[in-house]
Ligand binder design. Structure first.
Ligand code: EPU
Length: 418
């Protein structure tokens, strides 16, 4: 087991480059299951979740080569079972369901179960696949799906679901006829998947809006696709600048993907200036306070909630943060309070009263974005912060301690001694 040790209180400077987006790369890699032609991907981030995806593809009999470009060779799919052992380490494994079923007529994917942020059912994915002609059975913890040939359907999601939308977009790509998705997710990662599928010859309209039309095809060509930059990583670095009183440049990211966060950062006094290399982020002298509630895109992303809360712990007043997407995404609160924050939770609202300083402490990461919030708090705190269970962080941040060290942070990864 490893931990991250941070000596807080140092200003950051220089430039940091944003990696490819985890939540775009995962569905795009699974989309390669839809074709028997070689697929080429650029800008795949180095993450544990990517390794898990490649392991899953290998279990299905699909080989890959890693280089500056990642190349996947899905010439044949030999197995259709996504085992519990892998699915339990990455919920997004459920993205194998749509493409496996569409390509082979069968899929056996372990039910992911709940995780640290909520119950996270997949009923909407399953109902939509049934509408497309799949028969679905749950047996011994696995979703067993069968369909000789999926057909297009009109699907109106009861709730907005990101991976649900992605799963059905992929299934629809090889279905007979047209599929129309209503109340679809509108995240930039959805648009990226649509572009990835387009590169293989799929006709899609409306991605980025609530209604998506997909014309199914008999066969798809190979995918050639460059993954969009990670908007959550970009926002996390912006908040790092704000919390450490720093001034540095973020390159390779897309401001148009994080407008809700940009609006909030502006409200609390963070300056974001377009420069030749990217965006210069300049911390305010004093961080102002503001309320925030999470919502599906283009609203304020739940994946920024923990990091934004960390920022508000140092604001010059009290703020209310409301989590509307996941029922249990406040695990970071107790840990931030151990570092001297003043946060109280009632239902899905957190009441944050700003303090002058946080102080370093040993803390425990509970999920990916909670871990990022603890890193941010550690960078700003007086003294030493030790973050345990950092495997969560490695799932979704590409070499974060290297990037922060390059910016001048005192951060290292060490082995935990028992
Ligand atoms: N929901 C259902 N039934 C379903 C699907 C979803 O009730 O069949 C509920 C969920 O329980 C949740 C809400 O709908 O309350 C939204 O869940 P969604 O399906 O949109 O989440 P997801 O697709 O499982 C993706 C990201 C998450 C991100 C959420 C919300 C990927 C691989 N994961 O999850 O990313 O928080 O959308 O934007 O794209 C992360 O990167 O740290 C992360 C958790």
């Amino acid at each position: 087991m490893q931990k991250i040790v941070i000596e807080g209180g140092h200003k950051l400077k220089g430039e940091v480059k944003i990696s490819g987006a985890k939540n775009a790369a995962l569905p795009c890699l699974f989309a390669s299951l839809l074709t028997d032609q070689v697929c080429e991907f650029r800008n795949i981030p180095r993450l544990r979740d990517i390794n898990t995806t490649l392991q899953l593809l290998a279990e299905f009999g699909v080989s890959h080569q890693v280089g500056r470009r990642m190349s996947i060779n899905p010439v044949s799919v030999k197995h259709v079972r996504a085992s519990y052992e892998l699915v339990k380490t990455m919920r997004a494994s459920v993205l194998a369901l749509g493409p496996l079923l569409a390509r082979t007529g069968r899929a056996e994917v372990s039910l992911p179960g709940g995780c640290a942020i909520g119950a996270r059912p997949i009923n909407l994915h399953l109902e939509a696949l049934k509408k497309m002609g799949a028969s679905i059975e749950i047996k011994e913890g696995y979703v067993l799906a069968k369909a000789k040939k999926l057909h297009g359907a009109k699907i109106n999601f009861d709730d907005v679901t990101v991976t649900g939308t992605e799963n059905i977009m992929m299934a629809a790509a090889l279905a007979n006829g047209e599929t129309v998705l209503e109340n679809a997710a509108r995240e930039p990662e959805i648009v990226d998947l649509a572009n990835c599928l387009r590169s293989a010859g799929v006709e899609i309209e409306g991605d980025g809006s609530a209604t998506i039309h997909i014309q199914g095809r008999k066969n798809l060509g190979g995918i050639t696709h460059e993954i969009i930059p990670d908007r959550i990583e970009m926002g996390t670095f912006m908040i790092a600048a704000a919390m450490t009183g720093s001034d540095f440049v973020i390159s390779g990211g897309r401001m148009d993907h994080i407008e809700a966060l940009v609006g909030k950062l502006d409200e609390v006094g963070v300056e974001l200036i377009e420069v030749e290399k990217g965006i210069r982020v300049k911390a305010p002298k004093a961080i102002r306070y503001t309320d925030m509630s999470t919502a599906p895109y283009p609203g304020f992303a739940t994946d920024f909630q923990a990091q934004f809360m960390a920022l508000m712990t140092l604001a010059s007043g009290s703020s209310v943060i409301v989590e509307n997407i996941f029922e249990n995404r406040f695990m970071h609160v107790a840990e931030l309070n151990r570092m001297g924050a003043n946060i109280k939770v009632e239902g899905n609202s957190a009441f944050v009263t700003g303090v002058k300083k946080l102080s370093g402490a040993p803390v425990m990461a509970s999920d990916l974005r909670a871990s990022a919030a603890l890193v941010l708090a550690g960078l700003a705190a007086d003294g030493i912060t030790e973050i345990h269970r950092i495997y969560h962080l490695d799932r979704g941040y590409d070499r974060i301690e290297h990037k922060l060290r390059k910016l001048g942070a005192r951060i290292k990864r060490t082995k935990v001694k028992f």
